[in-house]
Every structure is written in structure tokens, then in C-alpha cells.
Design a binder for this molecule. Structure first.
Ligand SMILES: [Mn+2]
Length: 455
């Protein structure tokens, strides 16, 4: 059973109110929470900026402070990803370094990484080096690491050497056939041991054969089969604290623009009740933090934003405590923000000079220009003010068609008149004599080549 001391999807603990201190006999302010800044939300048209945070109130607990096992849940590292062509690895490594600091400061027993370790099946060399470094540092900070492959990973490749790494306390599960085999973490608090059941991402058509459920169809069926194996194993072991890990799209979850769809038409959705019987379930796939089942099932979200649709999100990991009786509590711990995200919109001249957009200069910028015509060299000129502008959109004002449908407005027009009308509606001005002559020539040429080609 899980008891969340705060609203299930409420703000993380530094954002409002005092740090929770119940059931913690000794509490002290921990400087490890003093990250150099974090991203605040940016609404529509509002730049999201790095806010200055001098001190985030944190509480050190863990072995020696109370009877519980402590987990850090993260997912969707997507190492090797870029942001609209700009490199992201430095921001990702900064987030991973913050996790290492958290493992030390919060005396974490196990780090759970719920899939999409890399952004693609064949990750670039620097991403592989960053992964190798992160796994070693997390282990070196005192935690065991349990990771699963996600839909972006090659399970077979990320699982290379798993049996050897496991001896060192690092478990990277990519082989679907191991679903149902736990990683058992010995208890350090006098309670029962912790059994973590890592379920790699299950591609239904492949997984159903590996799991000996050839008749299973769809994501829910194969995930149920894998979780059924896990439950059966846990039942055989008797009294254990039980944690599941999966990479899936839970029905009711909120996607953003940076996840790859698992299957079209909602067939990839799985109901949250699949995860019944576990004290905590660490999910990956959705890139925004979200909470289900009263807090017992969670997405940690990605450590870094991968799309402008995430500009209002604050990126974090979950710090989870599980008592000897299986009661779990979890809270978000904010990660250091990389460059902020800003979506700005308006007439071009205003974007270049307007004070409303002050602060976006330091951010990744998505600019929407509303002039009737997109000015020449618009992106280069925008970058004069916003050096990190990466997306330029053009939304000219709608042309008043007098309420008539396009079909009605264009009925009876010949090719030349139709094209003149189209240009006028797109640009807000009638084409000049020179443009009309070009159009005439082009239409004549098309007519001739059509006649030569025959029926
Ligand atoms: Mn992902």
C-alpha cells in the first residue's frame, strides 16, 4: 500500500510548503539539493527561464535514519538525442551527475531506469561513453542500478554483458525472456528484501513468442503475461517488498510531442490495473511526470525536455521510500535545468525589438511570425537577438473570404485566375504584372507538355 504525504500529483517538495519530516527522527538540511537553478513554467507565449534558487530544502533520511529502502526512479534518458539539431548531451550528463549527487545525499539503495536509455538502437559513441560513465558513477555512489530497455533501445545490445555487470550491482535488462526474473536487493533496514521485477519494453509480435504466450495480441496481453510471471515468482519467494518496472503507455496518461507512438489507434495503451500487486511501479515512456493509483504507479518523466511541448514541465526524478511492510511514499526531486524553452509569437518587427520577449534571449526559442509575408532571412535575423532560436513558424493572418467556402469562391475560374487568387490569399496582395506573366508561361508549358504526352 502506498501513502503519499502530499497531493498525488502535487508540486515537488521544494516548490511549496515545508519539507515533509514525519517519521524521520533526524532531519538536516542537505546542500546537495542546491543545484544552480531550475526551469520555471512558461505559459503560452511566456518564456520559460532559469530561475535563481539559492537553496532547496531537502531532508536526508535513509539507512541509519529510519527503517525503509530508498529508490531513485528515472527514465527516458534518450542519450544521443539532439534538440532541433543542437547537441543535448551536456545537459543530459548534467542531469545524470545530479542523480549521482542525489544517490549520495539521499542514501539511495537502488536506482531504477525505466527504459529509453538511448535515443536509438545504434547510439553514437559519445552517448555510449556517457552511459558507461553514469552507470559507474551511480554504482560508485552506493546504489545498485536496475535498468530496462525502452522502445527506442535495442534490447539485445543494451543487455550486452548483463550477467557480468550484474555481479557488480548493475542490471541492464533488455532480453524479454528474462521478464519475471527479479533483481533481489538485500534489505539494509532489517525488513524483508526488495524484489525488483524489470520488464524490458515488449514489442507484442516478438514478445508473445519469447514469453510462450503465442496467442497473446497487443501490448496489454504481453505485459500481463510478463507481470503474471513476476507475481508468480514473488509469491514463491514469500515476504518481499515488490517493485515492478515497465516501459509502456498507461491509459489516461498524457503524452507530449517527443514520444514515439507505440502503435496507432490506441492499441498500445495498457490499463493501470495491470500493475496491481506491486508496492511500487516505476514506469517509462511518457516524458512528463505523472502519477496513478494514488501514487503507487508513476512516470518519473525524462530528465531533459525534448520538445517545446514540454516547456511548462519541471524535470525531476522520484525519490521513493518503501517501509518494511511495503508502504511506499514518493516525491519528486528537481533536476538542474538546462537551457530554458520559450515559444514567442508576433509580428516580425515586434519579435526583434519587443520588450515582452526579454528573457527569451537565453532560451531555446520557437518563434511564430504572424506577418502576411515571411521576411527574407527571417531565421538569421531572429538569431541576431535570440542566438538559440531553432524553430521558425509562419502563420499569416487568415484572409477574409466573406464567409463563402473556398469552392464557392473559386468556382468558374480558369487556371490563371485560380492561381492569382491563391497567391493573393496566401500573401495578402495581388501578384504583379511580372508574376502574372510567369504564371501564364508556366501554365502554357504545362498545357503543351500535357498535349504532347497524349491521353
Ligand atoms: Mn522515451
Amino acid at each position: 500500500m502506498l501513502r503519499d504525504e502530499r497531493a498525488a500529483d502535487g508540486p515537488p517538495w521544494h516548490a511549496s510548503g515545508p519539507a515533509p519530516t514525519s517519521r524521520r527522527p533526524a532531519a538536516l538540511v542537505c546542500d546537495a539539493w542546491t543545484f544552480p537553478g531550475f526551469r520555471t513554467s512558461g505559459g503560452a507565449g511566456q518564456p520559460a527561464m532559469a530561475a535563481s534558487v539559492d537553496r532547496l530544502p531537502g531532508v536526508v533520511t535513509g539507512p541509519g535514519y529510519g527503517a525503509q529502502m530508498r529508490l531513485l526512479h528515472t527514465s527516458d534518458w534518450h542519450l544521443g538525442r539532439s534538440f532541433h539539431g543542437a547537441p543535448l548531451l551536456a545537459a543530459q550528463v548534467a542531469a545524470l551527475d545530479a542523480m549521482v549527487a542525489l544517490v549520495r545525499a539521499e542514501r539511495i539503495d537502488v536506482v531504477l531506469v525505466a527504459g529509453d536509455l538511448y535515443d536509438r538502437q545504434l547510439p553514437p559513441v559519445d552517448a555510449v561513453e556517457a552511459m558507461s560513465h553514469a552507470l559507474a558513477e551511480l554504482r560508485g555512489a552506493g546504489a545498485q542500478v536496475v535498468a530496462i530497455s525502452g522502445n527506442h533501445d535495442s534490447g539485445r545490445r543494451v543487455g550486452f554483458g548483463d550477467r557480468l555487470l550484474a555481479r557488480a550491482g548493475v542490471h541492464v535488462r533488455g532480453d524479454v525472456r528474462t521478464a519475471g526474473e527479479p533483481v533481489v536487493v538485500p534489505a539494509a533496514d532489517g525488513g524483508p528484501d526488495l524484489a525488483v521485477y524489470p520488464i524490458p519494453y515488449l514489442e507484442p509480435e516478438l514478445a508473445r513468442h519469447h514469453l510462450d504466450v503465442a496467442g497473446a495480441r497487443g501490448h496489454e496481453a504481453v505485459l500481463r503475461a510478463a507481470l503474471g510471471r513476476a507475481r508468480a515468482d514473488a509469491d514463491r519467494r514469500g515476504r518481499m517488498r515488490r517493485v515492478a518496472m515497465a516501459h509502456a503507455f498507461v491509459a489516461g496518461g498524457t503524452p507530449c510531442d517527443s514520444e514515439r507512438v507505440l502503435s496507432v489507434g490506441g492499441a498500445g495503451l495498457v490499463p493501470v490495473r495491470c500493475f496491481a500487486g506491486f508496492d511500487y511501479t516505476a514506469l517509462g515512456h511518457l516524458h512528463g511526470r505523472q502519477v496513478f493509483s494514488g501514487g503507487r504507479v508513476r512516470y518519473s518523466g525524462s530528465p531533459v525536455a525534448y520538445s517545446f511541448s514540454e516547456r511548462a514541465q519541471v524535470k525531476s526524478v522520484e525519490i521513493v521510500e518503501i517501509d518494511a511492510d511495503g508502504t511506499a511514499r514518493a516525491q519528486a526531486a528537481i533536476l538542474p535545468a538546462g537551457r530554458g524553452l520559450a515559444a514567442i509569437r508576433g509580428e516580425f518587427a515586434d519579435l526583434l525589438t519587443g520588450r515582452a520577449h526579454a528573457g527569451a534571449e537565453r532560451c531555446w526559442v520557437q518563434a511564430t511570425v504572424t506577418d502576411p509575408l515571411l521576411p527574407r532571412d527571417a531565421m538569421a535575423r531572429l538569431r541576431g537577438r535570440f542566438p538559440h532560436a531553432v524553430v521558425l513558424l509562419h502563420e499569416p493572418p487568415a484572409v477574409d473570404g466573406g464567409g463563402a467556402s473556398y469552392r464557392e469562391r473559386t468556382r468558374g475560374l480558369d487556371d490563371l485566375a485560380l492561381m492569382q487568387r491563391f497567391l493573393a490569399e496566401m500573401t495578402g496582395a495581388d501578384p504583379g504584372a511580372e508574376d502574372r506573366a510567369e504564371l501564364r508561361t508556366a501554365i502554357d508549358e504545362v498545357g503543351r507538355s500535357g498535349a504532347e504526352a497524349g491521353p
